[in-house]
Ligand binder design. Structure first.
Ligand code: OSB
Ligand code: MG
Length: 381
């Protein structure tokens, strides 16, 4: 079956010259540490790509962390791939479609590719004075909200976090689980909040031998369990899914539409978390959402604790059809005391998030704040 992809004329128009390209590393301290089964992060250390041309400034944020604990890519490997293999392909006469075609030679490294593609999409949209969702051909809409609560020191602390999230109006709550912090923690949340849409994310902490333990979660009516098994597995998830009532959702294992097709065909999951950075950029994410819709698989937009740049992009993305479930799209204030972009993401009275209305990603990056949180800056071109 052919999946409809937006293929408007701008994809095939020459990109033209770009006066300046820079890579910047920033470090934004988190309001509170974010703990998962694989790592605890105290700050968002992001690699940013900044492009300047004819008075316009465009941004891309690489979702990789400085460490390889969530994914194999890091801010360091992404810098290397962008600088030494992707940016050298960028020629004024080449279109975005042509450039992405050349990127296919570079295997993997989806996060690096996404950062560059997304910056170029921001630039193209700003040149046309259009918000990204409009460039892609999708009308603006309010997007659903969701919150991902990291590990807490004890169950009362977790209950307090869930209480706060529910009171704020989030449409669903995700809690992290891992070995030794699963059944009793989920039970406590479910008993206290019987009516909330609740899910659990294991970040690959279990193996197939834990199927019996994971089946004990069925009684809590979770909307899904995210990535219980290994970060690169698709097959064993199909064996586990067959033994559980609770839908499985894949995150780490899905790097593009081919993986999504395989996971759906094998019945490895009933839901997919689409992170545009993990799948290689906004266009592949739109395609994947279309694929999921065509296959009857609910999908949602994941998050990587992004700064305001990546957060705005994730919101623009959700204008595309196929994002039928609330994503990990939360208010700015739960991550940072001070973000590098304005305005911050906030929930409205019904818990929805408005699409930023400015050109491109739609938010303004504040240069002084980037300077304040800057670790390194490198001019490439
Ligand atoms: O597994 O979805 C994940 C954050 C960093 C790395 C991996 C994950 C996450 C989250 C938080 O769960 C999502 C967010 O709030 O942006
Ligand atoms: Mg996850």
């Amino acid at each position: 079956m052919k999946i409809s992809v937006p293929s408007p004329a701008w994809l095939d128009e020459p990109l033209g010259g770009i006066e300046k390209v820079e890579l910047l590393n920033v470090s934004l301290p988190f309001v509170a540490p974010f703990g998962t089964s694989v790592a605890t992060w105290n700050s968002k250390d992001a690699l940013l790509l900044r492009m300047e041309d004819k008075g316009l400034t465009a941004w891309g944020e690489c979702v990789a962390d400085p460490d390889p604990y969530y994914a194999g890519e890091t801010t360091g490997t992404a810098r290397h791939i962008i600088k030494d293999f992707l940016l050298p392909e960028l020629k004024p006469e080449l279109s975005l479609a042509g450039l992405l075609g050349r990127f296919r030679r570079v295997r993997g490294n989806e996060m690096a590719k996404a950062a560059l593609e997304n910056a170029l999409l921001d630039l193209i949209a700003k040149r046309r004075d259009q918000p990204l969702h409009e460039l892609l051909g999708f009308p603006a809409k309010r997007v659903m909200s969701g919150i991902s609560i990291g590990f807490q020191d004890d169950i009362p602390a977790l209950l307090a976090k869930v209480e706060e999230a529910a009171a704020s109006g989030y449409h669903r709550v995700k809690m992290k689980i891992g070995r030794g912090r699963d059944v009793e923690w989920v039970r406590a949340v479910r008993e206290r909040f019987p009516g909330i849409a609740l899910m659990a994310d294991a970040n690959g902490d279990y193996s197939l031998e834990d199927a019996g333990l994971l089946a004990r979660l069925d009684e809590f009516k979770l909307t899904m369990i995210e990535q219980p098994l290994s970060y690169h597995d698709i097959y064993q998830h199909s064996l586990l899914q067959a033994r559980l009532e609770t839908p499985l959702c894949l995150d780490e294992s899905i790097h593009g539409c081919d993986d999504a097709e395989a996971a759906i065909a094998l019945k490895s999951c009933r839901v997919i978390n689409i992170k545009q950075g993990r799948v290689g950029g906004l266009l592949e994410a739109v395609r994947m959402a279309g694929l999921c819709a065509a296959r009857g698989i609910p999908a949602w937009s994941g998050g990587m604790d992004e700064t305001g740049i990546g957060r705005a992009l994730n919101i623009q993305l959700q204008a595309a059809p196929g994002f039928t479930l609330p994503g990990d799209t939360s208010e700015t204030r739960r991550y940072f005391h001070e973000d590098i972009a304005e305005p911050p993401v906030v929930l409205d009275k019904e818990g929805f998030i408005a699409m930023p209305s400015g050109p491109g990603i739609g938010v303004k990056v504040i240069p002084e704040r980037v300077e304040k949180h800057l670790l390194a800056r490198e001019r490439i071109k």
